[in-house]
Design a protein around this ligand. Structure first.
Ligand code: ADP
Ligand code: MG
Length: 414
């Protein structure tokens, strides 16, 4: 079914067309009718499958149709998200899909001056996108009232729990009317999410898409066994061979973030970095530079990049294996989004083999191994002969050998 066949208000259809959205994704196809019927949902789908529009489209349709008859002040829909960056991103999806409709959307987030945000709230908005912490501050200070809320969305519910937002969420629920529609969206599901869902709403309809393989089929992901000290050579090689590609590199800590950036700088590769220690405005500017393509390589920590939707990321590099296996799914899900295809490579040192096993257990399958001949490996790490070999070619040609580790580290000739 195409979007043009849905009974949405025309403005939504026009906006979807402009976005290039022709057909709903699986999760959108399954969720939209239930949401339009006013049902409570617990929706689970892999990262990058279009969950935002799955709730934004029907919500805008519902609110626009209601606002058509009578305009009442007050927030009608609250969308809670775990991070400020996500608040901005989700709000921008609402604004794009809701352009020229009667629905006003706005996001508030911590870390920036409140005045302007509150002035806007007073003017009356319909959809508010925010983090639970910030929302709680504003509600308890009396700046916003939630007594007219009809729809509550919890996006990235799994991450919200991880970040310890559960108390804020429960406190906030007390300010919302009892009778409302509640929608949960999450990439992963476990007991805790189910508990949260079932305590906030007794009878949600559960919709799950591709639960068996949490990594989207649009992402071709594999692992290479690379010694810790050699990782930068592999990254450098990848960049040099894919000069026009957008590359998102994940590292474990803030310190490593800055170190990898310096290492790249030394070999003439331009990159920017982002981690939780950076100021909010700085993080936004960094993200925008990567989004616009002004910078083609972004080095980030998990905490700074979760859920972020950046168009056209060609490669995701797990420069360090993640400490938490679910982060793997979120990281590689930054590429191959919507209908696009993408590549993800993990650089696994011998000390990280345990982390790789945890990832494999979590995703329920082995990660494809790119095995390398010693000479090929050495050529990559040997700067004096770098130009002779084509890493891309190796990546394509080498057949996956399950869990075969590359042999002992060779001394580099430098
Ligand atoms: P999720 O929340 O599931 O991780 P997002 O909502 O961030 O995914 O969407 C991922 C990407 O897919 C975005 O770039 C979005 O623009 C794109 N997208 C969403 N729905 C569609 C669609 N129906 N057709 C094409 N692209 C889509
Ligand atoms: Mg999402």
């Amino acid at each position: 079914m195409r979007f043009s066949q849905y009974h949405f208000v025309d403005e939504i259809k026009i906006n979807l067309e402009k976005l290039g959205f022709k057909k709903p994704t699986d999760i959108q196809y399954k969720c939209i009718p239930n949401i339009l019927r006013g049902e409570d949902l617990l929706a689970i789908a892999q990262t990058g499958t279009g969950k935002t529009a799955a709730f934004a489209i029907p919500i805008i349709h519902i609110l626009h149709s209601k606002l058509n008859t009578k305009r009442e002040d007050g927030i009608k829909c609250v969308v809670m998200v775990p991070t400020r960056e996500l608040a901005i991103q989700i709000n921008s999806v609402f604004q794009t899909i809701g352009k020229n409709t009667r629905v006003n959307c706005f996001s508030v987030f911590g870390g920036v001056e409140q005045g302007a945000q509150i002035a806007k709230l007073e003017k009356g908005i319909d959809v508010l996108v925010t983090t639970p912490g910030r929302m709680f501050d504003l509600v308890s200070q009396g700046f916003i009232k939630l007594n007219r809320v009809e729809i509550l969305v919890l996006d990235e519910a799994d991450h919200m729990l991880e970040r310890g937002f559960i108390k804020d969420i429960r406190d906030l629920i007390r300010f919302l009317p009892k009778k409302k529609q509640t929608l949960f969206f999450s990439a992963t599901i476990d007991e805790e999410i189910k508990n949260l869902a079932y305590t906030l709403t007794p009878n949600p309809i559960r919709i799950q898409v591709s639960p068996k393989d949490p990594v989207s089929k649009n992402v071709n992901h594999s692992v290479m066994f690379v010694d810790m000290d050699d990782k930068r050579f592999f990254l450098e090689r990848l960049v040099n061979e894919n000069p026009d590609s957008k590359i998102l590199v994940f590292v474990r800590t803030k310190v490593r973030c800055e170190r990898v950036q310096k290492a790249m700088e030394r070999v003439g590769v331009k990159s920017i970095f982002m981690h939780g220690g950076k100021e909010q405005e700085d993080r936004m500017a960094t993200l925008n530079a990567f989004r616009s393509g002004e910078a083609m390589m972004l080095i980030a920590t998990d905490v700074s990049a979760r859920g972020i939707d950046i168009p056209d990321v060609d490669f995701v590099i797990n420069y360090d294996l993640p400490d938490h296996p679910e982060a793997y799914v979120h990281r590689v899900g930054r590429t191959g989004r919507g209908t696009k295809k993408g590549f993800a490579y993990s650089f696994c040192d011998k000390d990280e083999v345990g982390l790789l096993s945890a990832v494999e257990e979590y995703i329920g399958k082995k990660v494809k191994v790119i095995s390398m001949q010693k000479d090929d490996y050495k050529e990559i790490t040997d700067l004096t002969v770098t130009k002779k070999m084509d890493l891309n070619q190796i990546l394509i040609e080498l057949a996956p050998v399950p869990n075969k580790r590359y042999g002992k580290k060779k001394a580099r000739t430098k």
